[in-house]
Design a binder for this molecule. Sequence first.
Ligand SMILES: Cc1ncc(C[n+]2csc(CCOP(=O)(O)OP(=O)(O)O)c2C)c(N)n1
Ligand SMILES: [Mg+2]
Length: 533
Amino acid sequence: MNTSPASSGPTVRDATYALLRGLGMTTVFGNPGSTELSMFLDFPRDFRYVLGLQESVVVGMADGFAQATRNAAFINLHSAVGVGHAMGAIFTAYRNRTPLLITAGQQARGILPFDPFLSSVRATELPRPYVKWAVEPARAEDVPRAIARAYYLAMMPPRGPVLVSVPADDWNMPADWVQPRRVSRALRPEPALLAEIAAALNAARKPAFVVGAAIDRDGAWDATVQLAEAHQARVFHAPMSGRCGFPNHHPLFAGYLPPMRERIVERLTGHDFVLVIGAPAFTYHVDGQGPFLPAGTTLGQLIDDPEIAAWAPEGSAVLCSIGLGLQDLQVLSSPPARTPPPPRLLPARAEPPAPGERMSVAYVLQTLAEVRSPDSIIVEEAPSARPVMHERLPILQAETFHEMCSGGLGFGMSAAVGVALAQPDRRVIALIGDGSAMYTIQSLWNAAQAKLPIAFVILKNRRYAALQDFAPQFGFAPGAKVEGSALPDLDFVALAAGHGVAGRRIDDATQLREALQLALCATGPTLLEVEVN
Ligand SMILES: Cc1ncc(C[n+]2csc(CCOP(=O)(O)OP(=O)(O)O)c2C)c(N)n1
Ligand SMILES: [Mg+2]
């Protein structure tokens, strides 16, 4: 392969690195192969390469990193097979609305007609429909411009992943420099429709808000609190949200909505107007019956995603960036005097287990809530523990909570690493189920290599509890065997050691508090395998 540039001007590689530098993307997440190697010739010294040991880990780390830096993350994958391994994590990033600029290797242009080893025959079709744009540029010299276009598209609302397929010999070809441009990243709401929603909110007797992930993604946490306080609105959290949109200890907070139609209607009953901010209305997990809203309730929605605005079964939807939408709504807001809603009932304290019994998840999370600092960042993937977490582990500050919006396991372990890489001064707590941990367990190696201050707390119940809990809904008799849901003989302390992370097994409730405290002040990563019932 020819590795010398055809002229003395910049190569595709030079122009690409200069562009990435200008766009603030000097971290490359990847797993390389021969079709990508020439990209890394003379790798610039101000860039860092973060190697993921499997592509799900690569994309998951980049997802967490992009969310925590509020910029697109740059990824390089190995042609078809690397993109294939990454596909579940790309789907999750698409659902999370995370901007990811993915480049994928491709065979050299000269041999593409001969279906060569490692080529990706339909490189731009493979990641669809879970990328906003995919391209294999017509000429080598078009690659830097395609990367620029991909970046701006990824960063435009609704944000998401994009993919550029780059033939191996393109990197050494001549190209022009591409200067970064100022391209809009936010949407202002349509004034007339927003005014209708403001009028309905002002006129409401008992308004409620339903808040979602887009609030936190858009830095609109304070604006939401202000508007809720001004209107004395009860604030529910939307179901299945990847980020947290409201302080969980606020007196107006009314808890998390379940992803079930009837239960949502039940919870919203008594509110004549519901304002949904930065969330779908609504995310369901199981089929439901009956109305979508309580009788007599009307709904307004601020959302940055045209798809979500379009499919909502009820109400008026304003397409806008959440920060700008709330800003404009604030101007139109003239709340009448309203009595504050009654505070939410909190659960009784969880008790430690009787001797010889395993700890409850409630007890573990309650203890974690007591010992963690409010600015520590929780990354959660522990499906059956989630409702318990909503009650026992309140999220207190903006940008301190992540889970995936997709339902695809494998995000948590790797995203925790990405968040920690982006915010090395913060403590990250990865709260992960024993089943979920195994989808991207290699993330432990990244945490160890980069000495990241992550406390991995593995909730070990030796099973896929969420599936067992769900089974009765699908006709299983209570307690009936659910095939493929038992997880015997996994040893997370050994797995941690095998990846270079210090681990400890906690099966005695009296050791839990001290073990958590130690993990939360360790200089590097630690793993606690906590035996729960
Ligand atoms: C990639 C992927 N495969 C399978 C599933 C189905 N699934 C949903 S919850 C779950 C169990 C998770 O187990 P664990 O992390 O141990 O949490 P627990 O249910 O025990 O709380 C599975 C397998 C999924 N959501 N994503
Ligand atoms: Mg489990």
